[in-house]
Every structure is written in C-alpha cells, then in structure tokens.
Design a protein around this ligand. Sequence first.
Ligand code: PGA
Length: 249
Amino acid sequence: MRRKLAAGNWKMNGTSATLTELSGLISAHDTPDVDILICPPATLLAQASALAKSHPLTTGGQDCHTAAGAHTGDISAAMLVDAGATAVILGHSERRVDHEESNDLIREKARAAHAVGLTTVICMGESLAQREAANTLDIIAAQLAMSLPDDCTGENLVLAYEPIWAIGTGLVPTLDQIGEVHDFIRARLERRFGPGVGRSVRLLYGGSVKPDNAAEIFAVSNVDGALVGGASLKQSDFSPIITALEKSA
Ligand code: PGA
C-alpha cells in the first residue's frame, strides 16, 4: 500500500513570520494518517525543519544543483540534508520554463539528490498548447523517460503530474483527464522499473488543488496525494486538503 502524501510547495513565498502557518499546521495534525511534506523557500528551510523536528511532518527543498562547490547562488543536495530536508522538488515547470531546465539536467539533479538520501519529487506536465494538440501522453512519456535516473525506488521517488495550464490558474483538468495521465504514468513506471518499484512510487496531482476540489481529485485512480502551491501557504487552506486526503486513505 502506498502511503498518501500531501506536499506543499511554498515557492518564492514566505518570511520568518510565515512560519506561524507551519506551527499551526504542525499542531493541527499531530498524528496524521498521511505523510505531510512542506517545501519552504531555502531561506526558511532550517527553521522549518527545526520546528518540525519531533513531528512526523517533513521538509524539503525546491531545487538543488547537480554538484557542489563554485556555483554562486546554487544549493547542493547535501546542503538541503544539512538544513533538515528529507526531500527535494525537481523539474517544476516554473524551473523548466524560467531556468530552461532540461530533462537531462533534472535527471542529473535527481541522481545527486538520491546519492545523499533525499527523496525526489519530480514534476512533469504538458502546456495548454500541447494538451490542445492531443500531445499530453507523448510529452509525459518523454519527460518520464528522460528525467528519471535508473536508481529510482518507491522510497526515493515521488512523481507529480502538474499540467502547466492548471498551476496557479484555478483551472483543473477533468477527473478523467487526471486519471488517464496517472494510469499512464503508473504503467510506464511498471514497465521501466518492474511491477514492485512501479507500483510503490507515489503519484501526486498538482495544479490548483483547493479545499473544495481535493476530495474528488483524491478519489481518482492512481492519485496518491497532491503537490499544492497557493493553498499550502495558509494552514486554513492546507488543513482541509490534508483531512480530505486522510479520508481517502
Ligand atoms: P498551485 O501550484 O497549487 O498554486 O496551482 C501547484 C504547484 O505549482 O506545485
């Protein structure tokens, strides 16, 4: 059985004052029936990890470099571990677009993250033009084939299907569209990594998940949780999403 996962991506939001939202979340879910991961900006990671120290909630980074050393402004996977992270989001569409990150680069980052024991939350998804041209599954197939290193397991890999056009827009694919992509990803994972690993990797849906649509999304086959952006910033929004996931578990 795959344990459900509610992951929050704070993106470039939050200052020390925002950590009160995290404290609220921690006290509201002291014995959660699902895994909870919060990925704050790097500036807050160590403080967030310290707050979550004796709580099942874990923290993660939003990106890492493939290496260490002379790379001004970057953060290595080992530094994320040092700041208390257990996971790192890689290949988010905002990085693929804003920083022109390729599938090859994302795969190398994942390799570096796995090497220091981080779980990678690798994101993929199609643009609106690609969806309208009926290319979604081809795009996902290519992203899957190229962004995942060969050392993936059910412990070190989580995949997030995030249609670019659904991120931060309030637009959400139909439940059938979500199910089609998640089933496709599951089948591809089983084919590449074998049924044992393929069935144990958790698949998150991301893109405008809110308290009022979470339950129906969590009922879709092969949806093991969500990667939540905007609605993870406030405990009052994220808590009902966590509760909906617990009910679906
Ligand atoms: P959103 O972002 O929930 O604000 O749409 C999701 C994401 O980008 O991970």
